[in-house]
Design a protein around this ligand. Structure first.
Ligand SMILES: [Fe+2]
Length: 279
């Protein structure tokens, strides 16, 4: 297995390994690299949906997606992002996140890591952008850190659904009530602090009237997504990209849907209880 940095100390590119054949020592090292560096790209993998789920389990327990219509038949933990149409029906979600966000902010236990595995990629466009939230926090002046340190963000699945124009079922309403998460996230393993604002689907900041609360979130998203904090992943077929939502915001970018096909499989891990109990 070979490794190299994606962007200074954020992210590691991994090559010359087949994750379905790798030893336990190698797989443990892959998990360590993600926990230490916030993101990994494992190149040139050839995986079935089941093998993707097996790899996902290295990082924790795969979580189901609240939207069942685009999961792989027989593999409810594998979600499809695609513009492919089979028998007149879209097989995947066209647009799984065009604005900056971390995954599952609307859950009491938000997303821990997210895995995207590319089977078909457009020749241009569709980069996935990752923002290094620990570097952004580290760069803030001390007085600004003090102002932000104890702020709590109000997240709402209902609001996110309205924003995306997706259907909100009675079950979603019952299972996903509004939740509140600290703006500053302490990493459960390495202890680093991350500035983690999420504006889409947020109702604001506790104790701060709107529009000031929402405006502050938008300002902070703009701050953490400056070019100097971004790694832009340019996809190749067989790429397996994993990022840690504790210290990363991400977003997709457009491509020409008339000209190209994109087919990406996604799995994700919800944060275990202990990650939030320890915060
Ligand atoms: Fe996402």
């Amino acid at each position: 297995m070979k490794t190299s940095a994606l962007k200074s100390d954020y992210g590691i590119e991994i090559s010359d390994v087949d994750v379905t054949q790798a030893s336990k020592t190698t797989l443990d090292e892959i998990v360590r690299l993600l926990n230490a560096h916030g993101a990994i790209v494992v190149r040139n993998q050839d995986l079935t949906p089941r093998q993707l789920v097996d790899f996902t389990k290295l990082f924790g327990k795969p979580a189901n997606n609240p939207r069942k219509e685009f999961t792989v038949p027989g593999e409810p933990d594998v979600f499809l992002i695609s513009n492919k149409v089979v028998d007149g029906k879209p097989i995947g979600d066209l647009d799984a996140g065009s604005g900056w966000h971390f995954d599952m902010p609307y859950e009491r236990l938000p997303g821990f890591c997210t895995l995207l595995y590319a089977r078909e990629v457009p020749a241009e466009g569709s980069d996935t952008l990752l923002a290094d939230l620990c570097a952004a926090w580290d760069d803030l002046p001390e007085d600004r850190k003090e102002e932000l340190r104890d702020l709590v963000v109000h997240h709402s699945y209902a609001q996110l659904s309205a924003l995306k124009g997706t259907r909100l079922t009675a079950e979603h309403r019952k299972l996903l009530p509004d939740v509140f998460h600290p703006l500053i996230r302490k990493h459960p393993y390495n202890g680093r602090l991350a500035l983690r604002p999420c504006a889409g689907g947020s109702k604001g900041i506790l104790g701060v009237a709107n529009p000031e609360g929402i405006d502050l979130l938008k300002e902070l998203v703009a701050f953490v997504t400056q070019e100097k904090y971004i790694y832009a992943h340019k996809w190749r077929v067989g790429d397996l990209l994993v990022w840690d939502n504790n210290c990363t915001l991400h977003r997709g970018t457009p491509f020409d849907r008339e000209k190209y096909i994109r087919l990406v499989l996604r799995t994700w891990i919800q944060s275990p209880e202990e990650h939030y109990a320890a915060a």
